[in-house]
Design a binder for this molecule. Sequence first.
Ligand code: XMP
Length: 511
Amino acid sequence: MKNELVLILDFGGQYGQLIARRIRDCNVYCEVHPCTLSADKIKKLNPKGIIFIGAPYDVDDENAPKCSVEIFELGIPVLGVCYGMQIMAHLLGGEAAPGNVGEYGNATVEIDTTSKLFAGLDNETTCFLCNGYNVKKLPVGFEAVAKTDDFSVFAFENKEKALYGVQFHPEANHTPQGTKILKNFLYNICGCSGDWTMEDFVVREIQALQAKIGGKKVLCAMSGGVDSSVAAVMVHKAVGKQLTCVLVDHGLMRKNEADEVEAVFKHEFDMNLIRVNAKERFLNRLKGITDPEQKRKIIGEEFIRVFEEEAKKIGSVDYLVQGTIYPDVIESGIGDKAVIKSHHNVGGLPDYIDFKEIIEPLKDLFKDEVRKAGIALGIPAHLVWRQPFPGPGLGIRVIGEVTEEKLEILREADAIFREEIMNSGLNQEINQYFAVLTGMRSVGVTGDERTYDYTIALRAVSTTDFMNAHWSRIPYDLLEKISNRIVNEVEHVNRIVYDITGKPPATIEWE
Ligand code: XMP
């Protein structure tokens, strides 16, 4: 049951997730769909409003992404953003063409505050432009409600049909009044009440899970990470001991992690949790494997096999719970975006799996919403605020072949790094921080002795969405302390490097 839905139709840009985040921050539930969604399907979804968001294509281009023109006849308010505005103009008989200058960056725009979209705003506003195109001829029934010095149309409206377009990005940080514009659209034009809260979501989701699962049995892949923990607790609240959680200790977890997970969820939460010690199996399968994608696939597959075996022991199991979250869903497949890395929790299940259905209670939530849901469910804050940890675990943080010796070295170095970051309080600012055992050994000297040992890389990033990230400016003194501790306390490490690359071009994980 999702009321007050706003649809975001994605024309292939990179702003879909950001605008979705902004809308949910306004307490309105929204979903991103491809621009090819039919008018019929849209009607069935019954959204309160639609937002078009897209990339800098030429609207006249034969291959330019398009939506159905019938959408404009549904009586649902539409806001076209950037390319979304141009395609709206184009489809309704207007014209979009290259502007006088290649517009990209900040601009000052004069706006008409009598428009519902701009009500309560200052007459002039700074905004973020993305594209050298703009609307040159308005479609019939439309009027301009924002202009720049060269009289280009930067926003238009068709009051009667509640169709709006803006040439700039209201969701970008560089558009200071952008949130007000979005709120005007959501509350004043679409009539949303803004009553979407995480507490409501949790209550409704638990009821929906009870109705769906009934008296059947459920199995959950519990890794101790935020997503799988929140998903599992949600299902546990819905069906109690009908849920069995399986913690696969693949030997690729961080120091003491499996013990902690067992202690909290089995003993404190009284959940039905089985811990499978499968380290040997995983290490055997990873023997001699150096290719990152192959390692990910092997770990993902072995995971599923272990579950399957456990499921057979438990008896007939109808559902499998997964902690897939919304960015995984978007990254894995709206439009034709390239798959950068295979996220093993989406679409990676081998064919032979014999569960009836997968349940993904968090598939509509962004990461910070998952954390809010976790708090609403009563999960302790230190678990809810855990930094993300990838499914393949340390398997993709040991570069090259994974061995028990390398894992042990990495676990110790990583524990020291994390402890020091926690003690310094920087864990509040840094979103993900971990050590990597590089595949490299180099010459060093300890006392009078020559050493030939491993290099540990430290990685720390700040990010909001994990799609883009900055490397964190950890103070030199702290880096020095961490470096000294690791080389002194961890055997077979004689060199520490700090990763100073952002994403892009690097990814957060090294493999
Ligand atoms: P990258 O390395 O793609 O990572 O910049 C972005 C975020 O995703 C996490 N990550 C994974 N999470 N399964 C997961 O559940 C995976 O296979 C996986 N690979 C990367 C990574 O830790 C970072 O937070």
